[in-house]
Design a protein around this ligand. Structure first.
Ligand code: B16
Ligand code: MG
Length: 227
């Protein structure tokens, strides 16, 4: 593992790391899966985390053996319907949806002059950051509409370092999704996985909850990794 002192920047996922929005994504997909007659499960919900809107729909259809049942136009209509549902659920969301410890962690990163960027697959991330009152921390964002490949491909986290003018080795990526941890690792950054350690076993550092995200804890974990 690289040394803590060589870290200059943090590349953040949004849904499930900064904000408690992954429950809204899941709720909206669950509703659509019911409508399409596809069996919902916790495993499916986990596999959808960090996955782009259209890829999520494809995965749901595949899970139900319905991948060849709809035209592209129909699929786009279903994806738009899920998004409208999601945006409805987001209405009225405010800073109370910021996950525990995140506001303090972002403030401490700013105070300690770390550079920050956003690597969210969500096209709604600018809106979510505004609603949470956290947009000021993320002038640098990767626009998911410009990506060729979604997570687990390294592209999004590699771009997250690039927009900060840093090398991947100088960055820590923070994720709650298996696909996201894979993306960070293959981009060559140090990965922090937030959530179930069994699901995120490939992360360099694991925390079960965002409240454990502090510079002191990260430093400690990286020093242990140095042996
Ligand atoms: P949208 P993240 C991801 O955001 C979500 O985890 C995933 O559930 C969602 O389908 C994806 O964004 C696309 O979001 O439909 O809003 O464009 O975790 O990468 O911040
Ligand atoms: Mg996420």
């Amino acid at each position: 593992m690289v040394k803590f002192k060589d870290i200059k920047g943090f590349v953040f996922d949004l849904d499930g790391v900064i904000a408690d929005t992954s429950v809204y994504h899941s709720q909206a997909w669950h509703q659509l899966a019911d409508e399409l007659g596809v069996q919902w499960s916790d495993e499916l919900a986990d596999n959808l985390k960090g996955v782009s809107r259209m890829d999520s729909l494809e995965l749901i259809l595949k899970t139900g053996g319905k991948e060849n049942d709809y035209t592209q136009e129909e699929k786009e209509k279903y994806a738009a319907k899920k998004n409208a549902n999601y945006l409805d659920l987001l209405k009225g969301m405010d800073s109370s949806a910021i996950l525990p410890g995140i506001a303090d962690f972002l403030a401490s990163l700013e105070e300690n002059n770390y550079k920050l960027s956003l690597a969210s697959a969500s096209k709604n991330s600018p809106l979510v950051l505004e609603q949470l009152g956290l947009a000021k921390y993320f002038p640098e964002k990767v626009d998911p509409a410009t990506l060729k490949h979604g997570k687990p491909d390294p592209e999004i986290f590699a771009r997250g370092a690039e927009v900060l003018d840093l090398t991947p080795e100088q960055c820590i990526g923070v994720e709650d999704a298996k696909a996201g941890v894979e993306s960070i690792n293959s981009a060559g950054e140090t990965s922090i996985g937030i959530g179930d350690v069994n699901v995120l076993s490939e992360a360099d550092i694991n925390f079960t909850n965002t409240s454990e995200l502090t510079l002191a804890n990260i430093k400690k974990a990286m020093e242990v990794g140095e042996g």
